[in-house]
Design a binder for this molecule. Sequence first.
Ligand SMILES: O=P(O)(O)OP(=O)(O)OP(=O)(O)OC[C@H]1O[C@@H](n2cnc3c(O)ncnc32)[C@H](O)[C@@H]1O
Length: 174
Amino acid sequence: MNLAVGSTNPVKIDAVERTLERYEPTVTAVDVDSGVDEQPRSIAETVTGAENRARRALAATDADYGIGLEGGVARLEATPGLSLIMWGAATDGDRTERGGGPTLRLPDHVAERLADGAELGPVMDDVLGTTGVATGAGAAGVFTDGLTDRTRALGEAVACSFGPLVTTAYETEP
Ligand SMILES: O=P(O)(O)OP(=O)(O)OP(=O)(O)OC[C@H]1O[C@@H](n2cnc3c(O)ncnc32)[C@H](O)[C@@H]1O
């Protein structure tokens, strides 16, 4: 199975390869424009970024499926503060499915800096004194005491978007 992933971020490629290992995928990383702000700030913008990445990656290759992953932040109705969210999209060029990854509240001191227009990746590096934490454990790892990490978290978004696209379970009534 040939997959085109709309990013060259190693953590996203890793999330796809690990989650979809069963399909023995050949993954091509495609540097596409997400078509949304560098730091999406709503669920809708984050989903749109994932969709654009999936469609543009597929269009740039002759892969069987395109997959897009997008990280964002959003103020959610049911929980306080600013949340880290992540969404995936998978397309075969005809049908597109979207699925979310985990959600967690960001600390207020990080949320405050994002309110000033900053991007999460650089803010995280500044706070932690790291370089490129977004390509490693990510905020998902740091703020869960390592109980998950960005690869696993994004992997759930891969499973919840790509899975519905390829399963036959949507074709029959339960
Ligand atoms: O190369 P691309 O695919 O653009 O990867 P990215 O990590 O820069 O891009 P995203 O659009 O998925 O994320 C938007 C911003 O949020 C940051 N971000 C998202 N999830 C994160 C996490 O778990 N830890 C740290 N930064 C994160 C990311 O670094 C960006 O600054």
